[in-house]
Design a protein around this ligand. Structure first.
Ligand code: F6P
Length: 319
């Protein structure tokens, strides 16, 4: 291995820059050459790359987003598109690629590896929905952002004795919602992992009001319902004013917290170690605070993230 490419793909996440920096600085220290690819797999296909030196990653460890840019590029599913991407990398003498992104991005890395081009995946997404790792890069920062937003909602919700619904990102994973709900002291949590009905939710809210609760915050993962509609329904059923807040892409931005910077730096350096040891088709994780790697195909197809039922039980006990 002499030349490594690095790209960020899918939804951006705070800490992606720190991960790129980790790959670049660790790679340079081992005498490798590094290339950055703009805008994920799209830039790979369009042959938009630049050589990176240590100064290319100066002053980025503290910056949110990704300075390489990111994109969703569904066309990468086509073999002919991937073939062009591989030709572009070979033309520049690259022999391996580090992909920083979520499990959608892992799929591209898996397919490139199957086509003979070794890739290492680093989990970069606020959703914390990647198997084989306790945490993804960006999750802890997004958690802080969501908790800060919930704290603000609590002020106004309590002043007006209202019910507030807060919609949290996470796609099909409730980790961000659940942890934010515990840290933000939310009264009710609705997650994709646990089927719920609006009727059950209203019954719980009514029980809370009966106990003397003056206001309530409901944390709910995105894609489960239309929160504005849900707010109207709760208001009608409980007689309490209800407001919905969709946090949206605010959750993806901002400077990475220290945890994410450290995680990203460790993972970036570890990816280089794996490539130097001759590994390809692996994805990096942190488990019990140790760097680990798994078969990328296994991570996508066979491994499941365990649902944190223990955390849900804690949240419910503290309602
Ligand atoms: O995967 C990260 C994420 O922010 C999800 O939480 C969300 O569902 C999705 O990306 C939004 O994607 P986009 O930025 O393409 O609208």
């Amino acid at each position: 291995i002499k030349k490594i490419g690095v790209l960020t793909s899918g939804g951006d996440a705070p800490g992606m820059n720190a991960a790129i920096r980790g790959v670049v600085r660790a790679g340079l220290a081992e005498g490798l050459e590094l290339f950055g690819i703009y805008d994920g797999y799209l830039g790979l296909y369009e042959d938009r790359m630049l050589s990176l030196d240590r100064y290319s990653v100066s002053d980025v460890i503290n910056r949110g987003g990704t300075f390489l840019g990111s994109a969703r590029f569904p066309e990468f599913k086509e073999e002919s598109v991937r073939q062009i991407a591989i030709e572009n990398m070979r033309k520049r003498g690259l022999d391996a690629l580090v992909v920083i992104g979520g499990d959608g991005s892992y799929m591209g890395a898996k397919r490139l590896t199957e086509m003979g081009f070794p890739c290492i995946g680093l989990p970069g997404t606020i959703d914390n929905d990647v198997a084989g790792t306790d945490y993804t890069i960006g999750y802890q920062t997004a958690l802080e952002t969501v908790v800060e937003a919930i704290d603000r909602l609590r002020d106004t919700s309590s002043s007006h004795q209202r019910i507030s619904i807060v919609e949290v990102m996470g796609r099909h994973c409730g980790d961000l919602t659940l942890s934010a709900a515990i840290a933000g002291g939310c009264e009710y949590v609705v997650l994709p992992e646990i089927p719920y009905t609006r009727e059950e939710l209203v019954a719980e809210i009514r029980a809370g009001l009966k106990k003397g609760k003056k206001h309530a915050i409901v944390a709910i993962t995105e894609l489960l319902c239309d929160c504005a509609e849900l707010a109207k329904y709760i208001e009608k059923e409980t007689g309490r004013e209800t407001r919905a807040t969709v946090l949206g892409h605010i959750q993806r931005g901002g400077a990475p917290c220290a945890f994410d910077r450290i995680l990203a730096s460790r993972m970036g350096a570890y990816a280089v170690d794996l490539l130097l040891q001759g590994f390809g088709g692996r994805c990096v994780g942190v488990q019990n605070d140790r760097m680990v790697h798994h078969d990328i195909i296994d991570a996508i197809e066979n491994m499941r993230r365990p649902f944190r039922g223990d955390l849900m039980a804690t949240a419910k006990r503290l309602y």
